[in-house]
Design a protein around this ligand. Sequence first.
Ligand code: G6P
Ligand code: MG
Length: 218
Amino acid sequence: DIKGFVFDLDGVITDTSVFHSQAWHQVADKVGAPWSKELEDGLKGISRMDSLEMILKAGNVSDKYTDDEKVDLATEKNTNYLKLVDQMTPDNILPGIKEFLDDLKSNGYLISLASASKNAPKVLSKLQLADYFPEIVDPKSLSKGKPDPEIYLKGAELINLNPEQCIGVEDAAAGVESINAANETSIGIGDPQVLSAADVKFNDTSEMTLANIKNQMD
Ligand code: G6P
Ligand code: MG
C-alpha cells in the first residue's frame, strides 16, 4: 500500500524549471554552446556542476575552462537564477499542487522532498509551502545525483517508509529513472514522450489527483 509521496520541486511544485532554463541558456550563449530542446530537457533534475558540464560538452568547450572558471560560470548562473527566485510568490505554485498537498495531508500520507537543488528551502519559503515539507533530502549528502536512485531512496527513508510504499513525482526523465531504480511508483508530469518510463503520466499538474492516480495504477 502507498503511504507516502516523494516530490521533486522544480517543474513539479513550481515553475522554476523555466527560471533554471533561462539562466542556463545565458551561460550557453556566453560559452558558445548551442541551445536545444534536447539540452534543455536533459538538464532537468541534474545538479548545478553536472549541468554546466553538459552545456560545455554540448559546445565542445569543456577543455577551454579551468575548474575555477567553471565554478565562476556556475556561480554566475546561480546569481541570475536567484534574482528570478527573489520575485517569486505563492502565485508561482503550479495549478492544483496546493490542493493536492492538502488532500495528501488530510488523507494521512507522508511527504518528503527529493530535489537536486541547493536552493529548495529558499524556493519553498517563497511559495509559503515550507510547512508541507518538514523532510527534505540534503543534496550535499548525495554521492550521486539523478538518475541514480540514491536521492529517492533517501526521500523514502526520511519518512520511514520502504520504497515500495512511496510514489515519486517528477517532471524530468532523469528523475523518473531515479524513482524507478529506487523501486518506487513513478509519476511523470509533462511531455509523455520524454517521460515514457513513468508508471503514471499527466500532461499537467492540475490533472494530478488521488483519484486520477488510482485510476492509472489499477
Ligand atoms: C533541480 C533542477 C535543475 C537544477 C538542479 C540544481 O534538479 O531541475 O535544473 O540544475 O536542481 O539546482 P541548484 O539550485 O542547486 O543550482
Ligand atoms: Mg524537476
